[in-house]
Write a protein that binds this ligand. Sequence first.
Ligand code: FES
Length: 152
Amino acid sequence: MFALRRIAVQAVSRARPLVAPRALAVGVGARRPLAASFASSAGETIRLTMTDGDGDKFEIAMVPGQRLHEAALDAGVDLECACDGEAMCSTCHCIFTEDVFDLLPEASEEEEDMLDLALGLTETSRLACQVKYQKELDKCHITLPNEVQDFY
Ligand code: FES
């Protein structure tokens, strides 16, 4: 019985790692506890909102050094982020309002290539993993498409 329980626990833990092994090795995409983030950068936290494909609205706190997909995951948004923030899928596709989109740095060629494959692409689409903290994102609203396609 004990052996069976141990096997069951191992099976569950292998089924879905909380953080990809590569992320642990290089720190890419590793999630930081939100409380720790607030403590180290009080006063620089920006807040934005995100509506997912089901119409659920999330309030997101973002701190310097953080990328949008990390902040969204910390807030409980169901972003798949299949490539763990490497711009190799389009599961973090998000849509900005035009005024905020114009304030973002231009997308890299790799990001543009992945966006071209995204479902529901718009003129103001970006990959959340490629959007870094910047104060201009404060109070902005972002929407997620109804469906995403994973090319990873
Ligand atoms: S998480 Fe894969 S492209 Fe952003």
